[in-house]
Ligand binder design. Sequence first.
Ligand SMILES: [Zn+2]
Length: 348
Amino acid sequence: MRAAVLHGTRDVRVEDVPDPRITEADDAVVRVVAAAVCGSDLWAYRGLTPLPRPTRAGHEFVGTVEAVGPAVRTLRPGDFVIAPFSVSDNTCRNCRNGVHTSCDRAAHWGVPGPDGRAMDAGQGEAVRVPLADGTLVPTPGPPPPGLIPDLLALCDVMATGHHAARIARVGRGDSVVVVGDGAVGLCAVLAARAAGAERVVVMSRHPARQALAREFGATDIVTARGREGVAEVRRALGGPADSSLECVGTDLSLRQALGTVRPGGHVGCVGLPLGITRFPHRDLFAGNLTVAGGSAPARAYLPELLRRTWDGALAPGRVLDGEFPLHRAADAYAAMDTRRVIKALLRP
Ligand SMILES: [Zn+2]
């Protein structure tokens, strides 16, 4: 079968790879219907994170179960499933605590699993899924084609935006700042509004992203950065925000998030950290801030997010504003790299 493989800086190739097959009793094989390219895929693509060997790419995919091992109980061939961005057993202590990303048996698409074998990844025609019961979430039935982008957004970006709003304790009537206008930041806008936020300020400089942020419920846009950005947020809201959602992962975005929140406020950090070497503890101390952060336990949130998406109450799929056939994966990466699209959807 064909799959996208990242070979080096700005070098994505779609090539022949072994067909996936059931090797463990709790495996499933999923035929991919749609996969996405993540902003974090671009870091290795841009050479910002090391790539020791050619690596299968993609950690966001939805598709149809093709085969299941004899121990799989909750899925059967033909089921349409959503795959969160990490593998989990859904039974260990960390999973029971809702921290599936720290599962004792956690594994990540495209990188070697706990058994040392390389895992399949989402940007391909099919995927072997270990711990299928604990990892995959089936939809109530076959989804209408128009719902596929919305379901695909739940694998990572919408779950991550939801996590940001949740750990920053966004509630009814709150004012919220979203730092970052990528797919996660835009989903964080949806999540903040769904949690009852009255004002949502998005820090964005890109007209297309500003427009989508507004459609997702943002009430204010701030284009400035640094001290001026902090001042503009305060002018817009008449003071600092109740909560700040950090959706980028850089030193600058972290300081922006800490600088825009009120004393006693809450900061949710969900941007994958890149180059943050020191946490500005003094800011936390001076403002009595509550700061939480981490990789979203997408598997824990999927049942709820799926229900709301299936009912039509949540529609994050518009962050996937560019669609490419799988064989043009290199073009999809390039389009995201140059910001011609927010997020690319790949069809095998
Ligand atoms: Zn677990």
